[in-house]
Ligand binder design. Structure first.
Ligand code: GUE
Length: 298
């Protein structure tokens, strides 16, 4: 059984990116810049945002965090985004979700220039991804990170049955779409399961590759997993744990210990998919910079 070490792979990718950023600097005397906007004071979001900024600095990219009060109007937020859209030093714009209820997430997604949408959430990027024009879009960071894990662990995917559990716009839908594309780490037969799926375990048990992103702690139990399956856990659930200083611990959507007895490979939480999301965000920001500066290759 292989434990898929997302932390290690993300660190490898960050080292590669650091070299690329230095090469960019040599060529055009500038470095990529990522701006993250966070609205309000959700402590979990603040942790992610700080991690993103720290990772940027590690690889020599510029990063700016804009903290806005939760009372900000949608109009004010959109005008901040418009200013970033035309700022030549900003190559990536990320507005941390979730947003307060009075702000329409769709309006915010639409406001970000597709050429700086390093989350890959804008319909132009989603559409190009669906069409398979992967050189014309930004891939959503979590699915992109999962492709990287499958590829760097040399996991055979061609012709395999991939079952995706979850249909969110940011993970389930793009993930399923990518897995059926004609790529090295994809080319699967794909099934998508969700809350209205009947007899879900009958379907998950057929999976050679099982990717789970539903946000329910320990939802996937051992009996739902075929012996030998590759299990990718996108879940990030905080559950109470009085023995921890923080009072909580992070668990995935997969009941890790029992399921790992069936799996041939599995991602842990933490240390699996999460760190890859950040690595691919940085990779997208570098990509944006290279397109803006007409750098073909490094
Ligand atoms: N516009 C937008 N884009 C996002 O990409 C986005 C977002 N909003 N809102 C929140 C989610 C969540 N997300 C994570 C990224 C990394 C870890 C990560 O690095 N996790 C570590 C552990 C972190 C911990 O210990 O809390 C791990 O799994 O090992 C987790 C979660 C990005 N998100």
């Amino acid at each position: 059984m292989t434990i898929i070490d997302g932390k290690k792979i993300s660190s490898d990718i960050k080292h590669e990116l650091k070299t690329s950023v230095a090469a960019c600097k040599q060529q055009v005397n500038a470095v990529p810049g990522l701006t993250v906007i966070i609205v309000g004071e959700d402590p979990a979001s603040q942790v992610y945002v700080r991690n993103k900024a720290k990772s940027c600095k590690e690889i020599g990219m510029n990063s700016e965090v804009i903290e806005l009060p939760k009372e900000i109007t949608q109009e004010q937020l959109l005008s901040r985004i418009e200013a970033l859209n035309i700022d030549p030093e900003v190559h990536g714009i990320l507005v941390q979700q979730p947003l307060p209820p009075h702000i329409d997430e769709y309006a915010v997604t639409m406001a970000i220039s597709p050429s700086k949408d390093v989350d890959g959430f804008h319909p132009e990027n989603v559409g190009q991804m669906v069409l398979g024009n992967l050189n014309k879009c930004f891939l959503s960071c979590t699915p992109y990170g999962i492709l990287e894990l499958l590829s760097r662990y040399n996991i055979e995917t061609r012709g395999k049955h991939c079952v995706v559990v979850g249909r969110s716009n940011i993970v389930g839908k793009p993930m399923a779409n990518l897995m059926l594309q004609k790529l090295e780490a994809t080319n699967c037969t794909v099934t998508i399961c969700h809350s209205a799926t009947k007899n879900m375990s009958e379907l998950t048990r057929q999976a050679d590759i099982l990717i789970v992103a539903i946000g329910r702690a320990n939802f996937i139990t051992k009996d739902m997993v075929k012996p030998g399956a590759v299990v990718i856990d996108v879940g990030m659930n905080r559950i109470e744990d009085a023995s921890r200083k923080s009072g909580y611990r992070l668990v995935g959507d997969v009941d890790y210990n029992p399921v790992s007895e069936n799996a041939s490979a599995i991602t842990p939480v933490p240390g699996g998919v999460g760190p890859m999301t950040i690595a691919m965000l940085l990779k997208n920001t570098l990509q944006s910079f290279m397109r803006a500066n007409s750098i073909e290759a490094l």
